[in-house]
Design a protein around this ligand. Structure first.
Ligand code: ZN
Length: 145
């Protein structure tokens, strides 16, 4: 199986079986985002205590990239501090917009993106980058409230 096929499988798995889907009963933070170019919608609930995102739920609809990215993001941020999450968001944004291969150097702070690395092929399709980054922008909106 080629790396491209593997990435496609990872994306489809998250799209078909989204992690942390649903809503929190009493979220500390909430935000909604849309990507009108593609019709993607994301709603995010966060539980935040002592500067740490202790729980997260997502709901929404849209293309496989947007929904898989949201699912992957929930796994990446759960249990992390807001500082760590901002570092992750920077790394993911660079993964989407830069050809710099050092981004995924494991010694780099915030470099460990897990399944999110499967989305790196998206940067070959600029129109889809907004699909992949929608959930991150929405999550950062929620944190900045
Ligand atoms: Zn989309």
């Amino acid at each position: 199986m080629s790396l491209t096929d593997l990435y496609r499988e990872v994306i489809l798995d998250h799209f078909r079986t989204p992690r942390n889907k649903g809503h929190l009963d009493t979220p500390d933070r909430h935000a909604e985002g849309t990507n009108p170019l593609c019709g993607d919608e994301i709603q995010i609930d966060l539980a935040v205590s002592d500067g740490v995102v202790s729980d997260v739920r997502i709901d929404g609809q849209g293309c496989s990239i947007s929904q898989a990215s949201a699912s992957m993001m929930t796994e990446a941020i759960k249990g992390k501090s807001i500082e760590e999450i901002q570092s992750l968001a920077d790394t993911f944004n660079q993964l989407m917009t830069s050809d710099d291969t050092d981004i995924l150097d494991p010694d780099r702070p915030g470099a460990v993106l897990g399944d999110l690395e499967a989305l790196q092929g998206v940067r070959e399709f600029p129109v889809r980058i907004k699909c992949a980054t929608l959930s991150w922008h929405t999550m950062l909106d929620a944190l900045s409230d």
